[in-house]
Design a protein around this ligand. Structure first.
Ligand code: HEM
Length: 336
């Protein structure tokens, strides 16, 4: 399993080093799906940390691959503005990129961000913590025992969907719809989830209608602590154009979905692969209900998450072998 992955990586490395530097193009979804994007970044960091790719379906773009350069750019909005978009493939509804505060500079960026940030302040998270813990325990307690299952679907998406639905003040039964919309936002047509840009736009119409209804409900009710209510009542956001409101909804949906879900997915991958190391980050044990759950341990039994599915198998096969891990090589990517 791991050997096949190493062969793919070796092949990817050969291809990267055989390509003229100026032709290197890291923005290829297939590289990330196969977890073979490492060599391209390795070479860019070593030979061309501020790299220009001239030919790409979305037009020319720069790749900045070293920490200090990234920080210098990220903290200098006067020279490196976020206005107008932050991805090489901007989402459109036919009228150009959706406005959203991640794609704005101060002061607009700051006041909009400040409007919603209380929802995820340490205090709010402390209030939510017991609920999140209870849901996490319920999800883990309901996992099948002794059979393969899809961790991403049953755990990562489920807990992410539940938490995001709570943050948005949505009915829990709509949580999977939220995950789906987030996936559609980041899906390139023809890569699996949507076939055409028209199909993607049609799904956006439903997504937009759903959140317009939520706005209308919140704006006519007293403020509550959810993100939609915060936007509908916030001084800096209550008079936003509908497109800007929707852009911020998209930002919060994708920002909340991709990050938390992939973090959970990659943690579970560490658990599945930790049996070959001397120190283990996580191991499985039986809870009082007899189901599997995770706990930290330095030397417990080998983890036994019964993982595998199209997506989980992809990360499992993508993980470096024990020997490459013990020599310090480690990846941290996750599937989507
Ligand atoms: C594992 C969880 C998460 C990680 C690792 C993560 C990481 C990050 C990082 C590194 C940034 C850029 C730094 C910054 O602008 O401050 C960012 C920005 C952002 N995140 Fe998260 N995030 C997570 C969860 C969430 C959640 C749950 C939401 C929403 C519900 C969210 C919404 C946002 C938004 C809206 C921005 C843009 C901020 C801006 O433009 O100033 N994130 N996140």
């Amino acid at each position: 399993m791991a050997d096949g992955n190493l062969a793919n990586l070796a092949q990817a490395r050969d291809e990267v080093y055989a390509t003229p530097l100026e032709k290197l193009n890291p923005a290829q979804p297939a590289l990330f799906q196969a977890n073979t994007m490492w060599p391209i970044f390795e070479r860019l960091r070593a030979e061309d940390p501020v790299h220009y790719t001239e030919e790409h379906e979305f037009g020319p773009y720069w790749s900045i691959t070293k920490y200090n350069d990234i920080m210098a750019i990220d903290t200098n909005h006067q020279v490196f503005s976020s206005e107008g978009g932050i991805t090489i493939a901007e989402q459109t509804q036919g009228d150009g990129p959706l406005p959203m505060f991640i794609a704005m500079d101060p002061p607009r960026h700051d006041v909009q961000r400040k409007t919603v940030s209380p929802a995820v302040s340490p205090t709010s998270l402390q209030v939510m913590e017991p609920l999140i813990r209870e849901r996490a325990a319920m999800i883990l307690d309901n996992l099948p025992i002794g059979e393969e299952f899809d961790w991403v679907d049953k755990v990562s998406k489920e807990l992410t969907g539940m938490t995001l639905a709570t943050l948005f003040g949505m009915p829990q039964e709509d949580r999977r719809q939220l995950i789906y919309w987030s996936d559609v936002v980041t899906a390139a047509p023809g890569q699996g989830l949507v076939d055409t840009i028209e199909q993607k736009m049609a799904i956006f119409v439903e997504y937009h209608a759903y959140f317009t209804k939520l706005w209308n409900e919140r704006v006519n009710a007293p403020p509550t602590g959810d993100l939609i209510s915060m936007l509908a009542h916030g001084e800096a956001t209550r008079n936003m154009e509908p497109r800007e409101y929707f852009g911020n909804v998209v930002l919060l949906t994708v920002g909340g979905n991709d990050t938390t879900r992939n973090t959970m997915a990659s943690r579970s991958r560490r658990a599945t692969r930790s049996s070959c190391g001397t120190s283990r980050a996580t191991a499985t044990k039986r809870s009082s209900t007899g189901r599997t759950t995770t706990s930290s341990t330095a030397s417990g039994p080998a983890p036994t998450f019964p993982l595998a599915s199209a997506s989980t198998a992809a990360w499992a096969t993508a993980w470096p072998s024990c020997s490459s891990r013990s020599s310090g090589k480690r990846s941290s990517s996750a599937s989507r």
